[in-house]
Design a protein around this ligand. Structure first.
Ligand SMILES: NC(=O)c1ccc[n+]([C@@H]2O[C@H](COP(=O)([O-])OP(=O)(O)OC[C@H]3O[C@@H](n4cnc5c(N)ncnc54)[C@H](OP(=O)(O)O)[C@@H]3O)[C@@H](O)[C@H]2O)c1
Length: 271
């Protein structure tokens, strides 16, 4: 039997043009939500909108999430057109494939802008309206990398770790206002994340990783996030056995360190 846990709810998804964001759009729409779909590529957002249930109910709002100066006007526009934002899914993100000592400061800054400062700023722009209504959920798509660091992902891991510190604090500040924060930590998911990752000089990695290819389907990740929102969870972990890294980091950090340092990272095309 199909469910409609989000009937009539407005759900704003960033990074909705591909991968996990696209799967979230399809899943929320299938459960009755009205969507606001954002990312930089309007034509891809239109493709996703057309594939969703009841496409005419959804808004396409192209947005580069690193342009945080635009957020007050964009949020006001979304609120005017939607009435309210019930769920904000901060999903847009960019991964990294580059050794720490080779990665330029510009690339480090760009990764922090998209993966950390953007979700923080968008949450801050949307939260006053949720507080006023004493209702709403902010989802933050973090990663297993929010708990540990692996070769080639130094700044990406740093940004995802930073999300946990920030949004755990924010959750504690907002609990009296009935606003919820869900940190979602996927392991490997089969998306274009590796192709879209930035190399040490800001170049696109442009090729898939075997780990991402073996990852779970984005639909499975999206389903876990919907369940987490519906249940009012504070954090979810979803993926394959790499998710156990989160528990090893807490319980057996020395063992995890020995495993991680053996992980191969190479920037040669044959990797
Ligand atoms: N796939 C995995 O294994 C995995 C694991 C853990 C966590 N995650 C996280 O999941 C999230 C989604 O990634 P994905 O795997 O679905 O990768 P993806 O297929 O590369 O999707 C990334 C999305 O982010 C959007 N985006 C990137 N930069 C943006 C910007 N400046 N402004 C607006 N939108 C931007 C892209 O849209 P446009 O290009 O149209 O702007 C795209 O829709 C990310 O936060 C990622 O860190 C992924």
């Amino acid at each position: 039997m199909s469910r409609a846990r989000f009937a009539g709810r407005t759900v704003w998804i960033t990074g909705a043009s591909s991968g996990i964001g696209e799967a979230l759009a399809l899943a929320f729409a299938a459960e009755g939500a009205r969507l606001v779909l954002s990312s930089r590529r309007r034509e891809e957002l239109e493709r996703v909108r057309a594939a969703c249930a009841r496409p005419d109910e959804h808004l396409v709002v192209p947005l580069d999430v690193t342009r945080i100066d635009a957020f007050p006007a964009v949020v006001a526009d979304v609120l005017a057109r939607s009435g309210a934002i019930d769920v904000l899914v901060n999903n847009a993100g960019t991964s990294q494939r580059g050794l720490a000592l080779e990665t330029s400061a510009e690339v480090e800054r760009a990764l922090m802008e998209v993966n950390y400062f953007a979700p923080v700023a968008l949450a801050k722009a949307v939260l006053p309206s949720m507080r006023a209504r004493r209702s709403g959920t902010v989802v933050v798509v973090s990663s297993v990398m929010g708990y540990l660091g692996t070769p080639g992902r130094s700044t990406y891991a740093a940004a995802k770790h930073a999300l946990h510190g920030y949004f755990d604090s924010l959750r504690a500040e907002l609990w009296r206002d009935d606003v919820r924060i869900l940190l979602a930590c996927p392991g490997y998911v089969r998306t274009a994340v590796a192709q879209n990752a930035l190399g040490p000089r800001g170049e696109k990695n442009a090729r898939a990783d075997s780990a991402s290819r073996r990852g779970i389907a984005p639909e499975r990740c999206a389903a876990a996030i919907l369940d987490g929102v519906a249940a009012g969870r504070e954090e979810i972990h979803v993926g394959g056995r790499e998710v156990y890294g989160i528990y090893l980091k807490r319980l057996l950090p020395g063992l995890l360190s020995r495993i991680v340092r053996k992980m191969k990272f190479s920037v040669t095309p044959s990797s």
